[in-house]
Ligand binder design. Structure first.
Ligand code: CIR
Length: 259
């Protein structure tokens, strides 16, 4: 059984001023740009502090959501996969990350379509990878991605993301190899059958997108009940502000690719 979060590297992208126009499902207010940059800077600093080598790519003015590098590729020690993001405005982000991926991953596979898949829908476990179907990841995309993952030696299962949850990992994240934090709507996800599922505390569904990095879980700073629960379980965690990125439907996993 491998450890799916003993990362040594991460790839991030500086937010462009256009990030305030990032996609959001509920049509809410724009984030504050300075606040968003501060959240991103703190995130990168934390990854470095946890021992990762972090490359930060330059901003892409034409792609407001490009700071969410997680959605355009998958990265593993064995190689990387360039995806076909499901939002039309994000499709060409892949062209701008290819060279940076190729620099680290001699084995770079491409989705060729016609389906789509976002990295936010892909959860890596110790013994397999779960691909969640969502508004961004369709059956054809998930099927193609599963075949590409098999080429890298990973077994994939295709799951469902509940309605109203943007990405599969918007609603869940690993606490450790055997324990998953999930929103109540994902409690009975059949793919979690052999894991312990810990539910987000009432009113803290937004906390589910935690990110385990080596021995530490990153969690949103505003989710105090979730932090208390992690503390009670003896989990080492760091709280990071996510209020501005949350305005454009993002959380902690979205801001990096990791391997
Ligand atoms: C989007 O809708 O694509 C962005 N505004 C948010 C992407 C969040 N990424 C993720 O959950 N992996």
């Amino acid at each position: 059984m491998i450890t799916p979060y003993n990362f040594t590297h991460a790839l991030c992208r500086t937010p462009a001023p256009s990030a305030v126009h990032g996609i959001r499902a509920d049509g809410g207010p724009d984030p504050d740009f300075a606040g968003l940059v501060a959240e991103h800077d703190a995130y990168v600093a934390t990854l470095r502090d946890l021992g990762l080598t972090v490359d930060v790519l330059p901003p892409l003015a034409d792609f407001p959501d490009a700071l969410f590098t997680e959605d355009v590729a998958l990265t593993f020690p064995e190689g990387a996969i360039l995806l076909r993001p499901g939002a039309p405005s994000r499709a060409d982000e892949t062209r701008h990350i290819r060279a940076a991926l190729a620099a680290h991953h001699p084995r770079l596979l491409d989705m060729t379509g016609p389906g789509h898949a976002d990295g936010g829908d892909v959860l890596r476990l110790a013994d397999r990878v779960i691909i969640g179907l969502s508004d961004r990841t369709d059956r054809a995309g998930a099927t193609e991605l599963a075949a590409l993952l098999a080429q890298l030696g990973y077994r994939a299962e295709i799951a469902r993301t509940p309605p109203g949850v943007l990405h599969f990992k918007t609603g869940c994240g690993l606490i450790d190899k055997r324990t998953i934090l999930a929103v109540p709507a994902m409690r009975d996800c059949p793919e979690f059958a052999r894991l312990e599922v810990v539910l987000t505390p009432l009113g803290e569904e937004g906390a589910a997108n935690i990110l385990r990095v080596r021995d530490t879980v990153l969690v949103g700073a505003r989710w105090l009940a979730t932090q208390a629960m992690l503390a009670a379980r003896g989990v080492r965690f760091r709280a990071l502000a996510t209020d501005e990125i949350a305005r454009i439907d993002a959380g902690l996993s979205c801001m990096s690719l990791r391997w």
